[in-house]
Design a protein around this ligand. Structure first.
Ligand SMILES: [Fe+2]
Length: 300
């Protein structure tokens, strides 16, 4: 069966079918997969891989693989390039609740972000495989920031061209300035993340492979527009966060075991929507290295 790539029904991302992962992937199929990833930004493989080896084989079609720099977010695995995210080992992570339902505790919620956008070398991509799916929740959502840029009106595109945004690593999502749900509160949990210096990133970024422009607004770590007075910066960023996170540019994946989703981190945001405390969730993740310098480090 040959590889088939079809746009997802909502118009954001694509689904790939007909991929055999139980044997080496031929060069022409690798090239097709790479091009589909660049073209669509988000690729869904339903019932895609049944083992870490198969996931690693697919992941290597897209570049060199990385290990995640934030070690205490992941569980050790037998494969250095495979990160295991297991709810049982993540019992230290934050437990949250919504103010409308204070006794309904959940975990695993991460607001909209691009990975490592608070550094000058964000990873190019990542691939998740669902191993154990919770009975409720655990969905993951993506936003295509090229579609979000294309959806801006022309005057706003001109106004933001050349601006830079400051990102700072946010180690407590309940204190993020942008993109958090104000009705979510922390029940328990502490974090112990390393420090990162603040960076300035171009607000409009030209993708180094496709040449297409994206709206580089990653809410979780967003701080300010560089060199702009706070009231103006806050107004502009609030409008842009509302625009990029509107439903028009997003895709939500409801996992089945062995589903995989691959994303181009240089042009997408993602958010983990969380699941109830007591549910088990195991996800295997591989990360595709970023070989492009993006933005600059700001003096702390
Ligand atoms: Fe992430």
């Amino acid at each position: 069966m040959s590889l088939q790539v079809q746009p997802l029904p909502g118009g954001i991302g694509a689904e790939c079918r007909g991929l055999a992962l139980d044997a080496p992937i031929p060069d022409e199929v690798r090239e097709q997969l790479y091009q589909a990833w660049i073209d669509a930004g988000i690729i869904v493989f339903r019932n895609g891989a049944t083992s870490p080896e198969q996931q690693l084989r697919l992941s290597r079609c897209f570049g060199e693989l990385d290990v995640h720099p934030v070690k205490n977010l992941v569980t050790e695995s037998d494969y250095p390039e495979l990160m295991v995210l297991d709810s049982e080992d993540q019992a230290r992570q934050m437990v949250l609740c919504r103010e409308t339902d204070p006794d309904d505790h959940f975990m695993g919620y991460i607001p909209w972000h691009s990975d490592l956008i608070f550094t000058t070398t964000p990873n190019h991509g990542a691939l998740l495989r669902a191993v154990v799916v919770p009975g409720q929740g655990g969905h993951t959502a993506w936003i295509d920031t090229i579609a979000a840029y294309d959806g801006l009106d022309e005057a706003l595109k001109r106004d933001i061209e050349g601006l830079e945004v400051e990102y700072r690593f946010c180690n407590d999502l309940t204190r993020a300035k942008y993109g958090k749900d104000p009705h979510i509160h922390k029940v328990s949990g502490t974090t112990n993340f390393p420090e990162f210096p603040p960076v300035a990133q171009p607000m409009v970024w030209r993708h180094p492979v496709s040449g297409r422009k994206s709206l580089n607004i990653s809410p979780l770590h967003l701080e300010a527009v560089v060199g702009m007075e706070e009231p103006d910066s806050h107004e502009l960023l609030t409008n842009l966060v509302d625009h990029v996170t509107s439903r028009d540019f997003s895709y939500v994946h409801q996992w089945q075991p062995n589903d995989m989703v691959l994303w181009d981190n240089w042009r997408t945001l993602h958010s983990a929507l969380g699941y109830p405390v007591g549910e088990r969730r195991v996800v295997h993740r591989t990360t595709i290295s970023g070989d492009v310098e993006m933005g600059r480090i700001l003096a702390a």
